[in-house]
Design a protein around this ligand. Structure first.
Ligand code: CUA
Length: 175
């Protein structure tokens, strides 16, 4: 910015070093905005968002939430899991249920639909990047693929009261 004797009175004086830092801060903000845009829209990395609004008071009265658990969409390839979190357990706490005829094989795409019917809970599957919140009134959705067979534990990651530590379950993935 050019200054002269007359102009200087009208312009706010900003130290050149400060100016440089202001520019640097703006550049960093722009870089972050671009990174987030690329990650979100080009690479498809999305924070699990609200899939649907629901009424936590009545959600369990209707399908699919009246029968939470696994649905086989395409055998061997695609599965949906409906999971209710509540004080202080997950419904179901074993996926697939022990008496279920459905098995989820490694490599299949598994989509989790998770909600809460009381307070805010968390849902994290150990040793995976599946980790999101279960908020009353909202359904969170996230798809993942388990590459290795085995059992994967899931836990509540939001402190939700005295029974918080007892909120866990297991997903069994077959060959
Ligand atoms: Cu549910 Cu902590």
């Amino acid at each position: 910015m050019s200054t002269n004797e007359g102009g200087e009175k009208l312009k706010m004086h900003i130290d050149p070093t400060e100016k440089a830092w202001i520019r640097a801060a703006i550049v960093v903000l722009v870089i972050f905005a671009i990174s987030v845009t690329i990650a979100g829209f080009m690479l498809g990395i999305q924070v699990p968002t609200e899939e649907q609004r629901v009424d936590p008071q009545t959600i369990t009265q209707e399908l699919p939430w009246s029968e939470p658990g696994v649905r086989e969409i395409i055998p061997g390839e695609k599965y949906d899991v409906y999971l209710i979190s509540r004080m202080w357990f997950f419904e179901p706490n074993t996926i697939p249920a022990p008496d279920s005829t459905i098995a989820i094989p490694a490599g299949a795409e598994v989509t989790f639909y998770v909600t809460s019917i009381d307070v805010q809970h968390g849902f994290k599957i150990q040793n995976t990047n599946v980790n999101f919140m279960a908020v009353p009134g909202e359904v969170s959705k996230l798809s993942t693929t388990f590459d290795e067979p085995g059992s994967y534990d899931y836990i509540c990651t939001e402190y939700c009261g005295v029974g918080h530590a007892s909120m866990f379950g297991t997903i069994n993935i077959t060959e």
